[in-house]
Design a protein around this ligand. Structure first.
Ligand code: GLC
Length: 717
């Protein structure tokens, strides 16, 4: 710690110390100034550089010690230029893109005086009923870890005091994505193994990347609410991993310990939270300023000093003591051409082609139909966008502007939620008049994000009926799916010529969607989260265990089986295996699924070493997978080569597959290239009361999707 912090700490009164340990969200300006005069150390962004400077001036010039404010905000996927949601960014399988988008957001946010964002969300989730999957990087801990670290680097850069850097927050520590029933704020009973192998790795990756803060989750882990979870907050995060930043509570998360039923009252909740290792409490009012119960002796003074040091060190790293103000004339308030280009390219890169009979890209139709609520809706920004984020236009307007030569019919057909199918007949009539029908459907942003769990993952309202009615005309039908989560598409996917999921793609989503439709860009993403056939399948992670009775055939609850009275396959072996009687095996579309508009062939995979020592440095490359890839198409395209690991025999059950490496490559028409993916020892490790690489056989499965891999054997000795 710096001499400045030691000096400040030695001069601070108890009240001044406690004031540094609160952040208040959405205070109105007068209240905020009064609270700052009373010693409040952090607040949410008053939405402009001028207003931030005014509040900062109160802290620096009107308080005894003049300690500058931390100014926080949820900059989740963009500040002014809104990027695609993080789940779309994950689908791009491109850490550099994630870094660049976070850097753009940091540059815009810092210019307005924001110095602390509550992002990235590092929660792994296998449950698309949970609306917050939109804010995360999907179901895989390894991919999530990689992208969380990239986002932290994008926000923080190499120097937090730089004008394009803000302090990042890995959230929500930990296990928030595993909530029972996919219901938000619900607890999870997680074993140490589930924590260590699935939920903790992305947070450890964030700490290794130097994340400035970590936010505690609303939820409980095996009966202990995270805001009072000393083992995970202090013993794991701070002591085992050496995290020296700030642990901030989630909004009213400390107060929620009372309804959790583990705290008698607010004062008890505050005492428990700080004792567990929380440093800054986030609430609508600064509990720690007013609660008289937080008097000396009710909180451990050494714990309070430790928390204050962490907060002051963050302010010092941000350069706030030397430079607390921002230049209002340099505030970025609108996107520029470069930021629009970046987020537009990102929206295409994260889009995933679920299925395509060749109808995409559109083959220069003279006349086409745009139908569905997203033909005209401008609701493309997704969850967690502030009112000052740059709005998107509509696909219909974008296409008309881009191609005034086309005869474009537009019939909304149905809206997002209403139960009426009034417009379907008009859409059907129009579909009979055109060469191709594009049905743009999905879930509005309001159904995505926090407090937006859904029990039915089909398209809301009568959108499915619209798709089926338009497809039934026989006109080639292409579906564009705008969503913040995987959806159940079983009701229509087999009736359409093509389907592409574009997620909530941000400010430039309509332009990106038109780029995809016209072939000016390709949907080159891969699914970061499986699409279930039915909500009844959830959780349906690709990295599931084999069980002792793996199924080789799906459910067969069909008439003929009923007739023979076997209630399922005559083959006993198939009957007594792990599956649903009423569903085929596996998800509708698995993690890693997707393709661009080109087609690729793969040679046989090779490894630089088929045997490697089990013991050695975690980060040592133990083998490198190489595979020749050829673009067979007549257009440039991106291939995402994926490498999955199977641990053939281990001391504890292992996933049937888990992602351990990937490489995205752009190849021109006819071009071949050898793609190499280095594998460090740590990707072969498993958790069994500690991380270790066990000797024995492994298989590497290499391909463009999970379903199209080639296996190659390697061995750890
Ligand atoms: C919310 C969210 C959290 C966010 C915080 C501040 O409830 O859980 O992700 O950062 O409050 O807005």
């Amino acid at each position: 710690m710096s001499a400045r912090i030691d000096d400040l700490l030695s001069r601070m009164t108890w009240a001044e110390k406690i004031g540094q340990l609160s952040i208040v969200f959405r205070p109105d300006p007068d209240d905020a100034a009064a609270l700052v005069r009373k010693g409040l150390g952090s607040t949410f962004w008053p939405p402009s550089a001028d207003a931030t400077n005014a509040l900062q001036r109160v802290a620096v010039e009107q308080t005894r010690l003049g300690i500058p404010l931390l100014v926080g905000l949820d900059v989740i996927h963009g500040q002014r230029t809104i990027a695609p949601i993080p789940l779309s960014q994950a689908a791009a399988f491109d850490p550099e893109l994630v870094r660049a988008l976070a850097h753009l957001a940091a540059t815009e946010a810092r210019s307005g005086g924001v110095t602390w964002t509550f992002s990235p969300m590092a929660d792994v989730s296998r449950d698309p009923r949970w609306g917050r999957v939109s804010e995360g990087f999907g179901e895989d801990p390894w991919l999530t870890s990689l992208l969380v670290a990239a986002m932290v680097r994008g926000y923080q850069g190499d120097d937090l005091s730089a004008p394009d850097a803000i302090a990042a927050t890995a959230k929500h520590f930990v296990g928030y994505g595993a909530g029972e029933g996919g219901r938000d704020y619900n607890g999870a009973d997680l074993s140490e193994r589930a924590l260590r192998a699935v939920h903790l790795p992305p947070f450890e990756a964030a700490v290794r990347a130097g994340v400035a803060s970590v936010m505690a989750a609303f939820t409980s882990v095996s009966g202990i609410p995270m805001h009072a979870h000393r083992h995970l907050l202090t013993e794991v995060l701070k002591q085992e991993w050496g995290f020296d930043g700030v642990i901030v509570g989630d909004a009213e998360g400390v107060a929620n310990l009372v309804p959790h039923g583990v705290a008698e009252d607010l004062a008890d909740a505050v005492r428990q939270a700080y004792a567990a290792g929380l440093d800054v409490e986030m609430g609508g009012s600064p509990l720690s300023l007013d609660a008289a119960e937080i008097a000396p002796g009710r909180l451990d003074p050494a714990r309070v000093d430790d928390a204050v040091r962490r907060v002051l060190a963050t302010k010092e790293a941000l350069g706030l003591f030397e430079n607390p103000y921002v230049d209002p004339t340099a505030e970025i308030t609108t996107p520029d051409a470069a930021s629009r280009t970046l987020v537009r390219a990102a929206a295409a890169r994260g889009s995933v082609l679920l299925h395509n009979d060749g109808s995409l890209p559109l083959a220069a139709p003279r006349r086409l139909l745009l139908t569905g609520p997203y033909a005209t809706s401008t609701d493309h920004l997704g969850a967690w966008v502030q009112y000052f984020g740059a709005r998107a236009g509509s696909v219909a307007d974008e296409l008309r502007d881009r191609r005034p030569d086309l005869d474009i019919l537009v019939e909304e057909g149905v809206d997002f939620l209403s139960p009426t199918d009034a417009g379907i007949a008009a859409a059907v009539r129009a579909a009979r008049e055109v060469a191709v029908a594009v049905v743009l459907v999905g879930e509005p942003s309001a159904l995505s994000g926090e407090a937006a769990s859904r029990s039915d993952l089909r398209l809301p309202g009568r959108q499915e009926e619209l798709i089926r009615a338009v497809a039934a005309t026989g006109t080639p039908t292409v579906v564009v799916l705008v969503t913040g989560r995987p959806l159940v598409v079983a009701g229509w996917i087999d009736e359409v010529a093509a389907a592409v999921v574009v997620w909530h793609g941000g400010t430039e989503a309509p332009a990106a969607i038109v780029d995809l439709l016209l072939g000016d860009a390709e949907p080159s993403g891969r699914l970061p989260m499986s699409f279930p056939r039915s909500v009844g399948q959830i959780p349906i992670p690709y990295a599931h265990e084999n069980t002792g009775r793996p199924a080789s055939t799906g459910g067969t609850l069909t008439a003929e089986h009923h007739d023979v009275g076997l209630h399922g396959p005559g083959n006993v072996q198939d009957k007594y295996s792990s599956k649903y009687l009423d569903l085929p095996l596996g998800p509708q579309f698995s993690f890693g699924h997707g393709s661009g508009y080109a087609r690729f062939s793969h040679g046989a995979p090779e490894v630089s070493a088929s045997v490697f020592p089990a013991e050695g440095p975690d980060d040592e490359t133990v083998t490198t997978v190489s595979i020749e890839v050829t673009n067979l198409a007549d257009r440039r395209g991106d291939e995402v080569v994926q490498v999955y690991l199977r641990d053939v025999v281990a001391s504890v059950t292992q996933p049937v597959r888990r992602l351990v490496g990937f490489a995205r490559r752009t190849l021109d028409a006819g071009e071949s290239a050898t793609v190499s993916i280095a594998l460090p020892r740590e990707v072969f490790a498993l958790w069994a009361e500690g991380w270790r690489v066990e000797s024995g056989a492994f298989e590497l499965h290499v391909g463009s999707t999970l379903a199209t891999t080639q296996a190659i054997a390697v061995e750890a000795r």
